[in-house]
Design a binder for this molecule. Structure first.
Ligand code: SF4
Length: 385
């Protein structure tokens, strides 16, 4: 049955799971989006592996330096590499000292300000923003662009920690190879390799950002891992046909897990829920349930700040207009409390009287309580300052 359905990209499914409204902006509205620093980090790893396995770099560290050097040239900023290296050196030294002191002594902020870096972290992030790179953490302590650079070299140190070693160059079939599946999803394998005299290929899923610690059972139900188990190459002339096992590698901590079986049931349940949601056009915005998650979303400005999700036809127009009326009550009381607090309080008392009289009639009691609450909220917003 799944075969008959139109195939979805794994990334698309994961976007819908994160927030259906995010899927809508990306896939349906096709809003352009800046490249995130998380994507840049993953791209750096992919390109560095390409250089190492292609024989253009002897080590992963050399490959990362080459990748960033190329980007600095493309961005026409020859000093960028020097500045990033300086930030990474300081960050590494601070983190090492803090680990040795086991949390005692000065915090990261104090050490960073005493490091002599001055405005360098801010300058690096300003550079990133002018080059259309995006991250939710711009403006916070340190440099997010500098962190991406430094994390690449942290990943280099993790290679020796992997329980499942990386393949040798002669075993590698390809990097970032697209695949399709009978599960109704298609994806891209980060690394595909083949051991001599062994039937079936090994497909790898890599993480260099996101959660730094992923347990085995979490990796096993990861949709990317489950999909890789059923992968078939899109290019039918590719030198691999079937999968023997998958490896999940977390380059933040140096964890690696090999699976020769995965949890299909979980993947099927996830996919059937997502498909049903897409078919029913259920685009419930995450902003309603977990507004804090929106802080990390690349569409926050258009979706929340500019009221984008509310202006779509995705929500019940009648109920939304009631929400708007309530907001106006709050805004009115807020303005009143700013200009004449005493009068606003008096008005609230009088409003109570009006609402009580309405409650004696046929008016909706829940609606009356909501109006009263919004009016009080308007006043509280000013008093909380
Ligand atoms: S801003 Fe929030 S609601 Fe809007 S797409 Fe992003 S996560 Fe979803």
């Amino acid at each position: 049955m799944l075969k008959a359905m139109e195939s979805l990209a794994v990334d698309e499914v994961l976007a819908y799971v994160r927030c259906p409204q995010e899927w809508f902006w990306s896939e349906r509205a096709q809003l352009s989006r800046p490249q995130t620093l998380g994507e840049l980090r993953a791209l750096a790893l992919r390109e560095a592996l390409r250089l190492v396995y292609g024989g253009a770099a002897r080590t992963l560290a050399e490959a990362f330096a080459h990748v960033w050097g190329e980007w600095a040239r493309a961005w026409k900023s020859p000093e960028l590499l020097r500045d990033l290296a300086r930030y990474a050196e300081v960050r590494t030294a601070i983190q090492r000292a803090m680990t040795q002191e086991r949390g005692r002594g000065r915090g990261f902020a104090q050490r960073l300000s005493a490091s002599g870096l001055g405005s360098l972290p801010r300058d690096l992030d300003a550079f990133a923003q002018t080059h259309r790179l995006w991250d939710a953490g711009f403006g916070q302590l340190g440099s997010r662009l500098g962190d991406v650079f430094a994390d690449c070299f942290v990943a280099v140190d993790q290679v020796a920690r992997f329980d499942v070693p990386l393949p040798t160059p002669d075993q590698v079939v390809g990097i970032a190879l697209p695949y399709t599946t009978d599960l109704g999803v298609n994806g891209v394998a980060d690394l595909v390799w083949q051991e001599e005299d062994v039937e079936g290929a090994t497909l790898e899923v890599h993480d260099l950002c996101g959660p730094d610690y992923v347990r085995v059972r979490e990796a096993k139900i990861d949709l990317r891992v489950a999909a890789a188990r059923l992968a078939r190459p899109v290019d039918t002339s590719a030198p691999w046909a079937q999968v023997r096992r998958e490896i999940y590698r977390n380059w933040v901590r140096g964890d690696s897990y090999a699976f020769s079986e995965v949890n299909y049931g979980n993947a099927q349940a996830l996919l059937s829920a997502v498909r049903r949601g897409l078919q029913a056009q259920a685009f419930v915005p995450r902003a309603l349930a977990r507004p804090r998650d929106c802080l990390d979303c690349v569409y926050k400005s258009v979706c929340v700040d500019e009221g984008g999700w509310e202006s779509q036809h995705l929500v019940d127009g009648g109920l939304l207009s009631r929400a708007e009326e309530l907001r106006q009550v709050r805004a009115t009381f807020r303005r009143a409390a700013q200009t004449a607090p005493a009068i606003a309080h008096q008005t609230l008392k009088e409003l109570d009287g009006v609402l009580e009289r309405l409650a004696l009639g046929s008016a909706d009691l829940g609606w009356i309580a909501a109006i009263r609450d919004e009016a009080q909220n308007g006043l509280d917003l000013i008093q909380a300052r």
